[in-house]
Design a protein around this ligand. Sequence first.
Ligand code: GLU
Length: 287
Amino acid sequence: RFAPSPSGDLHLGSLLTAAASYIDARAQRGRWLLRIEDLDKPREVPGAADRIQRCLEQFGLQWDGAVIRQSERLPLYQAALRQMRRQGRVFRCNCSRQQLEAQRIYPGTCRRTAPDAAEPAAWRFATQAQRVCFEDRIRGRVEQDPSREYGDFIVERRDGVIAYMLAVVVDDAAQGVTDVVRGADLLDCTAAQIQLQQALGLPTPRYAHVPLLVEPDGNKLAKSRRSAAVAYGDTVARIRELLELLGLDPPAALAEASPQECWRWASEHWRLAFLTKIQQISLQNRG
Ligand code: GLU
């Protein structure tokens, strides 16, 4: 699945992740799902969700089935939250942003002393001290202790907005997602998501975290940088660039092919091995 937040248009980095996830699904003869993670309405950019879909279509990245929008699935997340309230796995928290500013992870303030019931509060997941291990298909074996490395995290904000962490776990399970292929910026929250899955009795999918795309100067891609924007125009030439960035070596003959044929070629030659050796994908690699 590809699960963009409509907080802006796709940049080349997100398109690269979408491509990796698409090729991987096709290589396994699987379905590829599109889910718009639009729970944070204030951060949503008007029209971005539509433009993301048009961009994927333009590049021939055709998803299977209907597009899921998280904003239409609130009862599902509320039910998961109720389940964890019954189990005592979440606690109310009214710590302000300011109070937590200097803290790397949540210091446990409201876990020890519950805020007044009348006060508006967020809900946080109580992480447990436990080493969580998973086999990332790109990174190899990963071991993290969410309680020490990630901390108790918000599942429902004080303003009632369901947090990404809860929604992503509920939806991956509800949609029967077996393989998550996403950007390496999400590696650090994966063990915390696995602990949440376990608390909710949900299965854990396989994970593959794709190295992040960086500018030739080593900087992360930013929407403000012109070079990072997805350029339209010669779609097949752009797809070739994406394939090369993912370590594939498309033959010259593909220049005459359709986007679909390019992806088909990619799924037949797909291997994650190239991506295991590198920390970042640099735009310098561009052919
Ligand atoms: N919605 C998240 C984002 O745009 C991605 C979530 C995921 O792939 O788990 O960064």
